[in-house]
Design a protein around this ligand. Sequence first.
Ligand SMILES: Nc1ncnc2c1ncn2[C@@H]1O[C@H](COP(=O)(O)OP(=O)(O)O)[C@@H](O)[C@H]1O
Ligand SMILES: O=P(O)(O)OC[C@H]1O[C@](O)(COP(=O)(O)O)[C@@H](O)[C@@H]1O
Length: 303
Amino acid sequence: MIYTVTLNPSIDYIVEVEDLQLDALNRMKRDLKLPGGKGINVSRILSRLDVPNTALGFVGGFTGGFIEEVLKSESIVTDFVNVQGDTRINIKLKHGQETEINGQGPVIGSEEADQLVDQLAKLTPADIVVLSGSVPPSLGGAFYDRLIRVIGERGARFVIDTTGDALLKALPYGPLLVKPNHHELAELFGVEIQGREDLITYGRKLLGMGAQNVLISMAGDGALLVTAERVYHANVPRGEVKNSVGAGDSMIAGFVGTFSQTGDPLSALRTGTASGSATAFSDDLAERSKIESLLPQVQVNPL
Ligand SMILES: Nc1ncnc2c1ncn2[C@@H]1O[C@H](COP(=O)(O)OP(=O)(O)O)[C@@H](O)[C@H]1O
Ligand SMILES: O=P(O)(O)OC[C@H]1O[C@](O)(COP(=O)(O)O)[C@@H](O)[C@@H]1O
């Protein structure tokens, strides 16, 4: 079974304006409220690809209720811990460019945190846990460490998609996959990345630090998969970009779903890339039909 963990879910409030004027009244051209948070996005795509999974994490208030309702309507299995405060609302402002303002999230108490840890204490070696997104400040910087130690004790595997220190601290535990985008990779090492060779160099550093597979996503330029054996490039299909929020999460879902079924990192890379692009070409996360229609256009080549 695949479990996704979203410590800090969100409603993604997507707002489109024609021409953003600062310090003035702007009127929305279009708006859309979607359940969000990285692990929740992974669960939605896994379910569309018919990969059994359960979404874990913390939800609260009317915003948390909205998320649970939408996931239920999509027949997604959830086992969230309920918290007192409201799940955050993240603003995704489209004004020719995409500007994002993400909230901090509600306070998570220590008993609530313990409940999530207890859920992971029931894992088996056949399970994969996808740990995705930021950690609410009230949980403290070491919370992922705590979860990863429990996952390790149970013999299960894990994927981690987060940034900075939380990601660096997870590497010695041997994550099955990490997926920084090219900007996050540069930030992680405090460097400027000039081209593909630099990306590969820093991708290999992550392997050396413990990751089993490093997937570097490059938005419209596709992705690189760095493994112990080789480096592969996947191109992106052609299409009109509508909303790239959740493209990275969709890529992780496509990769992990296929990898869990085939053990083959190359077909996982193809499905991951098609899933990421299918979401970038959709208003909400991609539908399965869109992912399948793009798959034939994705080619994976060794470098
Ligand atoms: N503009 C785009 N055109 C085509 N595919 C895209 C585009 N943006 C994202 N994707 C797809 O989604 C994947 C992840 O996107 P990316 O923006 O790199 O991740 P993140 O959302 O984590 O920043 C890319 O590798 C690609 O397959
Ligand atoms: O937990 P964070 O880092 O604040 O990110 C949460 C945001 O990331 C998203 O999951 C989208 O992530 P990606 O675009 O990287 O796939 C949104 O749904 C959500 O608003």
